[in-house]
Design a protein around this ligand. Structure first.
Ligand code: G3H
Length: 478
């Protein structure tokens, strides 16, 4: 059936024996855009088997050769940026320009990973025994970094290509094999990306991509005995996975409620620009989006006015036309966002714009005078709606930030760098940005969440290290 995209197993594109498919609904038209195979548990077993076999010889492949293939894949990926970006536009309604940026950024990430990998994996340690009390220099310890085995990568819908390669490239350079389970929205973009790796000529079975229903293969994949590491980005599912997974390393990046703390001396034009970029790019569907503004009362009116002026200039419409605000990923997501907005309305928030929705398209909205009893003060809308909480002291802002069950990133705006660093030290988040909106990139920076925002640290170097184990060999002298 030519209408259903094939899945990738053992170096080949295959139809599932299930005879079933999963539909991908275009968020803009709300009609089925693509179909992918609904893989079975037997097919997952087969993929795991080939992944295990392929990994053994891949681990023995010289590092420079692994790097060479990754560089090749990166170049092919960049060459294919246009068709992949087109899929991103249709599957997840990412504005056309941002879709291209995602693919280019992904190519750069893969290349950087290859370069970083040959360096950090190209050296080990040499230790001598007589530094520990009671020992003579009779033992020499040599360490190196060895692969974990089969890495399972589960990226989210908002970066189906970029957050897939941020797992694939470190896994491969470190000598692991990789099984990818793309999000349903974004699966076809991911399959195209995998095709670039296929064209680069990686050994059969080293990379696989299975598509299908979470209910059918989700738990089966994450609890599979052949999986030696899970790298997941997404929502609450990550918490469930971490409870079910075996004794294997987990890399998890879950939600966030990134706070933007604005002090009285802040450059309000700079803040407003960053609130627009941080809160509304890709319609707020980023884990690192600004999700609550905590502004000192004395400058709140001025800031809200500046943000509103910029907000009114945002274009709203289809991703093909490069609009700033595009339809959110699904109807259920739009309904959830609407629920948060209505709750805030009932509890007395000030709407700076009229609430407007058509299908999955929600117009950008700033909600002023939000209070802690409103759901939107704590929950992650993943949409173009942003609450503003007015604070009377910096401590009040920090307290709100730290009372969240999330701890991904946060930002603070002030001209006083000393104050900013002290505030950063007290904010319980994986990263604090001073005078800029939260963001994951540049992609070699460490990226991590505290509390319910994640396990472990990402960023190219950290991911390569996380996907390896230390192996020691000790030489004992007589
Ligand atoms: O959605 C989660 C992403 O890791 C955020 O990445 O800061 O580059 O948008 P970004």
């Amino acid at each position: 059936d030519g209408d259903v995209y094939k899945y990738y197993s053992d170096g080949e594109w295959k139809k599932s024996s299930s005879g079933k498919s999963v539909s991908i609904v275009n968020p803009t038209t709300r009609k089925t855009q693509y179909k992918v195979q609904a893989c079975t548990q037997e097919e997952v077993n087969k993929v795991m088997e080939t992944a295990k076999v392929a990994q053994k010889s891949w681990a023995k492949t010289p590092l420079w050769k692994r790097a060479e293939l990754l560089h090749k894949a990166a170049a092919i990926l960049k060459d294919h940026k246009a068709p992949i970006a087109e899929c991103l536009v249709k599957e997840i309604a990412k504005p056309a320009k941002d879709a291209v940026t995602e693919v280019v950024r992904s190519g750069d990430l893969v290349s950087y990973c290859a370069e970083e990998g040959v360096r950090i994996l190209g050296e080990g340690k040499y230790l001598v025994s007589d530094s520990f009390p009671g020992n003579e220099r009779t033992k020499y310890c040599l360490t190196s970094k060895i692969p974990l085995g089969v890495v399972l990568a589960i990226p989210p819908f908002n970066y189906p290509v970029n957050l897939a390669v941020s797992k694939i490239a470190p896994a491969l350079i470190a000598g692991n094999s990789l099984v990818l389970k793309p999000p349903t929205q974004g699966a076809v973009s991911a399959l195209h990306m995998v095709h670039c790796f296929h064209l680069a000529g990686f050994p059969k079975g080293l990379i696989s991509c299975v598509t299908g229903k979470g209910s059918e293969i989700g738990d089966f994949l994450t609890m599979h005995p052949s999986v030696n590491c899970i790298s997941f980005t997404g929502g609450d599912t990550g918490i469930a996975i971490s409870k079910k997974a075996g004794m294997i390393p987990l890399q998890m990046e879950l939600g966030g409620k990134d706070a933007c703390i604005v002090l009285e001396d802040a450059d309000l034009d700079l803040v407003a620009g960053n609130i627009i970029k941080g809160g509304f790019s890709y319609s707020g569907q980023r884990c690192t989006a600004v999700k609550v503004v905590l502004v000192m009362e004395s400058v709140a009116d001025a800031l809200v006015e500046k943000v509103n002026a910029k907000l009114s200039k945002l274009t709203v419409g289809p991703p093909e036309e490069n609009c700033d605000i595009t339809p959110v990923v699904s109807e259920s997501s739009a309904n959830f966002i609407e629920g948060l907005v209505m709750d805030a309305k009932e509890k007395g928030a000030t709407f700076c714009q009229a609430y407007k929705r058509e299908g999955n398209l929600i117009w950008p909205l700033l909600l002023d005078n939000v209070r802690p009893d409103m759901r939107i003060a704590w929950e992650e809308p993943f949409g173009p709606v942003l609450p503003v909480i007015r604070i009377n002291s910096v401590e009040e802002g920090i307290h709100h930030c730290n009372a969240s069950n999330f701890g991904l990133q946060g930002c603070v705006f002030t001209k006083d760098i000393n104050k900013a660093i002290l505030i950063s030290d007290t904010m319980e988040t994986g990263t604090v940005q001073i005078n800029s909106a939260p963001a994951r990139g540049p992609d070699h920076f460490p990226f991590q969440g505290l509390k319910d925002s994640g396990i472990g640290s990402q960023g190219i170097t950290n991911s390569i290290n996380m996907m390896t184990k230390i192996k020691s060999t000790v030489i004992n002298l007589p």
